[in-house]
Ligand binder design. Structure first.
Ligand SMILES: NC(=O)c1ccc[n+]([C@@H]2O[C@H](COP(=O)([O-])OP(=O)(O)OC[C@H]3O[C@@H](n4cnc5c(N)ncnc54)[C@H](OP(=O)(O)O)[C@@H]3O)[C@@H](O)[C@H]2O)c1
Length: 334
């Protein structure tokens, strides 16, 4: 393992506009030794998340990613050497290892994982993406059978799972995604009832046709104009689960928020609630059991988009922000 050292991808500068390859640099460092209470990890798969870009704007639910540091990111990794109780070589963990081959971390920052096949499901459906879809939809959106659910970034990792859970719960599910091909995939492969191509223009009108009874639950991954179009079509006592705001992550910030806030929230008695998946981690076991049973029964299809090679992580993230991915994008490191 020591022959090639530790390749690390640094964020060399915070982007003022769109993220580009010029904001990253690959360096070769030494593999650190763990101290008492620490563990040396070999990174296997790094999760590519829209939030990686949001972290560059400043501190959120985690500290900001700073220029000059190893790019932050969650990963499935394998214990190589342990100086902490409870961890042994060969154990699998989820941790914020950052974009590198090896990481030394305190044991308290690691979440132990079962060894399953395929391993990639630990990043997708049984990882943050699946749990975010599960808790965001069922605990925040609280859909009932027969209601209309709309999901944005619906062909992405969280959205594709949230929409399918909506179908499992008996909802009329409408996905919003960029491009005809993604929309066809949602309806033909994943069982969505309808899909709206937001890149084709007039989202409001297309949504009205796809959700003729109005929207009861909106699972919002994007914010911005799509949130505005959904807000105007929410039914009385509708729920908006604010999962993320991809439309705001890459580039200059918008000058105004969606129209209709707070007026439409008042008149329609809407509940609009943000959440972070870790809020619900105490309930992770039953959630994982549900997700596993749906996958096993063929009710929940898992789409993964694996990019080979640590060196390709920058272009993998840039491409995700541009909508290249279907389902969960990740980078295979080892
Ligand atoms: N609250 C939480 O705890 C939590 C946890 C994890 C993730 N999230 C959120 O979940 C959402 C999904 O993130 P992800 O990492 O899973 O990424 P993802 O959905 O797999 O990929 C991002 C997708 O966003 C779409 N997109 C990009 N720019 C857009 C725009 N301006 N308007 C509409 N869609 C756009 C692209 O698809 P198109 O081709 O359709 O444009 C792209 O494929 C994000 O908002 C993220 O912040 C929240």
């Amino acid at each position: 393992m020591a022959d090639r050292g530790n390749r690390q991808i640094l964020l060399v500068a915070k982007p003022a506009g769109r993220l580009g390859a010029e904001h990253f640099r690959l360096e070769h460092g030494a593999i650190s030794k763990p101290k008492d209470g620490e563990v040396l990890l070999r990174v296997r798969y790094i999760s590519m998340d829209a939030a990686n870009r949001a972290w560059m704007h400043g501190a959120t639910y985690r500290s900001a990613v700073e220029a000059g540091a190893v790019m932050a990111g969650g990963a499935v990794a394998e214990v190589v050497e342990s100086r902490a109780d409870g961890f042994a070589p060969g154990d699998l963990v989820f941790a914020d290892t950052g974009w590198q081959d090896y990481a030394v971390l305190p044991a308290r920052q690691l979440v132990k994982l079962p060894r399953i096949a395929p391993l990639t499901h630990l990043i997708s459906v049984y990882g943050i993406a699946g749990l975010t879809a599960y808790f965001g939809l069922l605990h925040v959106g609280r859909p009932k059978a027969g209601e209309t659910l709309v999901v944005s970034a619906a062909a992405g990792s969280v959205g594709s799972i949230a929409g399918q859970i909506g179908k499992i719960k008996g909802c009329h599910v409408v996905g919003i995604a960029g491009g005809r091909e993604k929309c066809d995939w949602l309806t033909r492969e994943l069982g969505f009832d309808a899909a709206v191509d937001y890149k084709a223009g007039n989202v409001f009108k297309a949504l009205k046709a796809a959700a003729p009874k109005g929207i009861d639950v909106y699972f919002d991954n994007v914010g911005g104009d799509i949130l505005e179009a959904c807000l105007a079509q929410m039914n009385i006592r509708g729920r908006i689960a604010c999962c993320g705001a991809i439309s705001q992550y890459d580039g200059a910030p918008r000058e105004h928020g969606p129209r209709g806030v707070p007026g439409l929230i008042v008149v329609k008695r809407l509940t609009m609630q943000g959440f972070i998946v870790t809020d619900y981690f105490k309930e992770r076991e039953p959630a994982l059991a549900d997700l596993q049973s749906w996958v096993a029964a063929g009710k929940l299809k898992v789409r993964e988009d694996v990019i080979e090679g640590l060196e390709n992580a920058p272009r993998a993230l840039i491409g995700l922000l541009a909508g290249e991915n279907r389902g969960k994008r990740m980078v295979k490191v080892a």
